[in-house]
Design a protein around this ligand. Structure first.
Ligand code: Z5A
Length: 227
């Protein structure tokens, strides 16, 4: 029997946009409907990746921007080889909390690293794997800041300063543009979602985008099962 390759759906956006919350809600629905899936987050998700995550996010650790980019990419290489590709080969849906779009926003635009070189390093890590869909959550900085304050704690990247985070936010906003997506095929299709409002209001928008792009996995409202 031939197993159809699974699909890779990525949740992206600046910190506090609600990626982790929405990914968890979609995973809850998949589990409740006995649909096989694998949920991962970056950086991390493997023994090596978790060690890299600790180094990358440790407050106060000094790190060159190039080393930082390569560590994010190394964590991705391990995650793809150890977890993502095997799950896709089993025909599973893989849901990822961040992927290359984050490296683009934080390291290329935020840190100012040369795009083509970072893109080449990422290609080495992913072996050409492209997301089937990226859900990009966008919400004004003031709302995100309030959510981050309510959550508490700040890691090394979150503490990088307002100018850095303004660049990152602008980079994520640029990705919503179709011309940008055409010039960045390694990112795959991106659906930009307004992440303002309650968790359930955002979930409604997320599931509409999932249904529009992946109707075989996420049936429309009124069909047998809907998120
Ligand atoms: N990074 C990078 O630089 N380069 C890369 O290539 C990659 C990553 C892959 C990972 O941190 C850091 O690494 C990240 C980017 C960088 N750093 N920054 N800055 P992480 O994995 O620890 O954290 P994060 O991805 O930034 O998560 P986050 O800050 O928690 O954001 P989120 O996942 O989008 O938000 P959330 O956890 O779902 O929600 C945050 C809070 O808001 C929480 O208390 C929720 O209960 C609340 N929330 C969520 N949704 C709502 C709504 N709708 N209403 C009200 N409150 C809400």
């Amino acid at each position: 029997m031939t197993v159809t390759r699974g699909r890779l759906v990525v949740f992206e956006g600046p910190e506090g946009a609600g990626k982790t919350t929405q990914l968890r809600l979609v995973c809850d629905w998949l589990a409740a409907h006995q649909r096989p899936f694998t949920g991962v987050r970056e950086p991390g998700g493997t023994a090596l990746g978790n060690e890299i995550r600790r180094m990358l996010l440790e407050p106060g650790r000094e790190m060159n921007a190039r080393a930082e980019a390569l560590l994010f990419i190394a964590s991705r290489a391990e995650l793809i080889a150890e977890v993502v590709k095997p799950a896709l080969a089993r025909g599973e849906l893989v849901l990822a909390d961040r992927f290359f779009l984050s490296t683009y926003a934080y390291q290329v635009v935020g840190r100012g690293l040369p795009f083509e070189e970072v893109r080449a390093a990422n290609k080495l890590a992913t072996a050409g794997l492209v997301p089937d869909l990226t859900i990009l959550l966008t919400v004004p900085a003031a709302i995100r800041d309030a959510r981050i304050v309510a959550r508490g704690g700040a890691d090394r990247i979150e503490s990088a300063g307002d100018a850095f985070h303004a660049l990152v936010e602008r980079a994520f906003n640029d990705c919503a543009d179709l011309a940008w997506q055409g010039a960045h095929p390694e990112c795959g299709p991106i659906a930009s979602i307004d992440a303002g409002g309650s968790e359930n209001e955002v979930l409604d928008r997320v599931t509409s985008a999932l249904t529009a792009k992946l109707p075989d996995l996420f049936p429309a409202k009124g069909d047998v099962a809907h998120v």
